[in-house]
Design a protein around this ligand. Structure first.
Ligand code: SF4
Length: 253
């Protein structure tokens, strides 16, 4: 679930494993793991997954500020039990938790069932970078389809949980189509962000810099603002792009 800027959303984060089966080709956590020699490539990141028992067994106290869980892996059927254990401890200690995931419907059903009474402490943030399964498959080969993610969103919404969406990174020219589909089921915010050009080498030939040019982003933000009906928020990745543009214009004058 990684973005390079998780502190925009929470004061601290919790993770319980190394590696992530989704294998996203823009994965910041995988790039950092390769850079710091914790794994050798994206394939290893995707297949050699290790849950850290000490992070599952430890007691989690009340922390200051919201906790984001997870940030450097996802929640899916194969790690659901340890994830539920950790969520249980975080919530019982009184923490507010931002659950960030490319959601599997089954996992969201389990989380909603298990933590009904902690509803006020939970906000879901579902990542959906494209409304097109072919695009999602190309970038996030083992993550759920668009339809499954939308079903999970609707489930959380109708169960009365707080819901939000991350469209970071957006993966095609049409993120406003994601917004059109999800907006009625979002109780909080919809975040838009671009892809960092520093991605694992396995994703570099897919990277389309035209998608993240300043002029394209400017026009996209206008359309998305209308479609999101007051719920759109821009990630720092976009704010910084506009700041650079402004500085260049000022220097030009
Ligand atoms: S879901 Fe994708 S981006 Fe997030 S940690 Fe897993 S592989 Fe990386």
């Amino acid at each position: 679930m990684t973005t390079s800027g998780t502190l925009e959303w929470a004061s601290s984060n919790v993770n319980i494993q190394k590696g992530c089966k989704n294998g996203c080709k823009y994965c910041y956590a995988a790039r950092m793991a390769v850079r710091f020699k914790r794994c050798s490539n994206l394939m290893e990141w995707t297949t050699q997954i290790q849950v850290d028992p000490s992070k599952v067994q430890k007691n989690y106290r009340k922390r200051n500020g919201r906790i984001m869980f997870p940030t450097s892996h996802d929640i899916y059927t194969s790690n659901l039990i340890p994830c539920l254990d950790v969520l249980d401890k975080l919530l019982k200690s009184g923490n507010e938790v931002l659950i960030t995931t490319k959601p599997e419907d089954y996992c969201i059903e389990e989380i909603c069932d298990e933590f009904q009474k902690y509803k006020d402490q939970i906000q879901f943030r579902f990542t959906i970078g494209s409304a097109y399964n072919a695009v999602l498959k190309k970038w996030e080969p083992n993550a759920p389809s668009f339809d499954e993610r939308v079903s999970a969103l609707k489930r959380a919404y109708f169960e009365g949980f707080k819901t939000s969406i991350s469209i970071e990174p957006y993966l095609d020219y049409y993120p406003h189509e994601v917004i059109e589909e999800v907006e009625p089921f979002v109780t909080e915010t919809i975040w838009l962000g671009i892809m960092n050009s520093k991605i694992p080498k396995e994703g570099r030939e897919l990277y389309n810099k035209k998608l993240y040019s300043k002029d394209f982003v400017s026009s996209l933000v206008k359309v998305c603002t209308i479609k999101a009906k007051g719920k759109l928020r821009l990630k720092d990745s976009i704010k910084n792009l506009f700041k650079e543009k402004r500085k260049k214009n000022e220097r030009g004058n």
